[in-house]
Design a protein around this ligand. Structure first.
Ligand code: AMP
Ligand code: GLY
Length: 427
């Protein structure tokens, strides 16, 4: 079958690499893709939220499956767009409906959903400009730190952890009165700060059944030792040593099962990935957030550890037969390290030539491109903040991290930066 994959990051390169290995895939197209996805299929110059563009492309190229990488098209309703069109509705869309994507698109929706289904999460209240005074009063009697979250998508910047009441009231005012995050912040969630260690759990569901994929932990801060500004993610490890059988059973029983059952009970159409951001407080899992897609860079360790044919899994999602599959995972540790442009997550330059890509030993290490493109001469150049990510396997996280680091030393572009301590707590 012919497959169209939407997106252009490291996550999409990893997905494209995996889809390409399936016997079930004839042609793979990636829209818009990057310089790395070229080696897995054909890049097509269509933006991720250009639904009319996708429609025309699918009809012209006999596409049977659309795999959606990023959240934006899902939150904007690409699933519903396809299902409402008589010429497109036979196409399998791997990703939730617009309503299902609200688990990521609206923090208030996600919190209300968790409350309805008794899923453990931080205690919270929801406010907007209409009950501003009440919100200020709530903040003032709240223990610190206080977490303030813009309701809608805010490019990963909508969560502010405030150390004191003055700062919290100021942020609350900026969001609800001054539109700091535009419409995304008109509504806010104010919640208790949870102390613990974070990890990511990935579920693939067909709306009735589900499978749990290998878990991962990502490293969001720019600096070593988890210091400095938040980024999209600087590296990831899988498996997560503290997520032992006992803890994962709690996650399955208290979070995964009620989430899938809740979606089904509420008749929310959901055939795709659920990314559950968890925090382990003591020995108990709490949900920090849901995302309606895979994580990036977590995908770059989760997908390579999976031995299953991913298109077979997607077919089982479409047929609502996920109860017939079992996830087979490589038992070795995988570590991915992201190389970023100098200055990221602030201002950075693009179009720097990337050297050394052909020197990497492909037997040992996988290179997934994120923000890359080609210049007029055809050379691979930087085209984003997170440029590429290198995944290695070994018996331990420490050894796998060493391999990824050693391989990254071979790659060069002006301003290259990467964290040398990914996975450090597990060495
Ligand atoms: P999010 O954008 O929802 O992923 O939140 C960004 C980050 O903020 C999370 O990865 C956590 O590190 C942190 N965070 C969010 N909510 C809480 C909370 N209730 N307690 C502690 N940390 C939080
Ligand atoms: N790595 C976190 C995310 O994809 O949101």
């Amino acid at each position: 079958m012919n497959i169209l994959l939407l997106g252009s990051g490291g996550r999409e390169h990893a997905l494209a690499w995996k889809i390409r290995q399936s016997k079930l895939c004839s042609e793979l197209y990636i829209a818009p893709g990057n310089a790395g996805t070229e080696s897995c299929g054909t890049n097509v110059d269509i933006k991720v939220s250009d639904f009319e563009g996708h429609k025309k492309f699918c009809l012209d190229n006999n596409i049977s499956m659309v795999v959606v990488g990023p959240e934006e098209p899902l939150v904007k309703g690409i699933y519903d767009f396809f299902k409402a069109d008589s010429r497109l509705k036979h196409i399998a869309v791997i990703g939730p409906s617009k309503q299902g994507a609200q688990l990521e698109g609206s923090k208030a929706f996600a919190k209300e959903f968790m409350m309805r289904h008794n899923i453990p999460t931080a205690v919270y209240r929801e406010f907007n400009s209409g009950n501003y005074e009440e919100g200020v009063a709530y903040i003032q009697q709240h223990a610190t730190p206080i977490v303030i979250k813009a309701d809608g998508l805010a490019a990963g910047k909508g969560v502010i952890i405030c150390q004191n009441h003055v700062e919290a009231v100021a942020e609350f005012e900026l969001m609800t009165q001054q539109a700091k995050f535009g419409d995304a912040g008109k509504k806010v969630v104010i919640e208790e700060f949870l102390t613990g260690i974070e990890m990511s759990v990935f579920v693939l569901t067909d709306g009735k059944n589900y499978v749990v994929l290998p878990e991962a932990k990502d490293y969001k801060r720019i600096g070593e030792g988890d210091k400095g500004l938040n980024t999209g993610g600087m590296g990831a490890v899988s498996p997560v040593p503290f997520a032992d059988e006992n803890f994962m059973k709690k996650v399955t029983d208290r979070v995964v099962k009620p989430t899938v059952a809740g979606l089904q009970k509420e008749k929310i159409n959901y055939r795709g990935f659920i990314f559950i951001g968890l925090i382990k407080v003591g020995d108990e899992p709490y949900v920090i957030e849901y995302n309606c897609r895979m994580g990036d860079p977590e995908t770059e360790v989760v997908i390579p550890r999976m031995k299953n044919d991913i298109v077979e899994l997607f077919n089982a999602v479409e047929a609502q037969k996920l109860d017939t599959v079992r996830i087979e995972a490589d038992s070795r540790a995988a570590v991915t390290i992201v190389a970023v442009s100098g200055g990221y997550p602030g201002e950075y330059e693009k179009d720097k030539i990337i050297e050394g890509l052909d020197l990497i030993d492909a037997e040992e290490t996988l290179v997934f491109h994120a923000g890359t493109g080609r210049n007029e001469e055809g050379a691979v150049v930087t085209n984003g903040g997170r440029v590429l990510t290198i995944t290695s396997f070994d018996d331990s996280i420490e050894e796998a991290a060493y391999k990824s680091r050693a391989n990254l030393e071979i790659i060069d572009f002006e301003g290259i930066y990467f964290r040398k301590d990914i996975g450090y707590e597990f060495y």
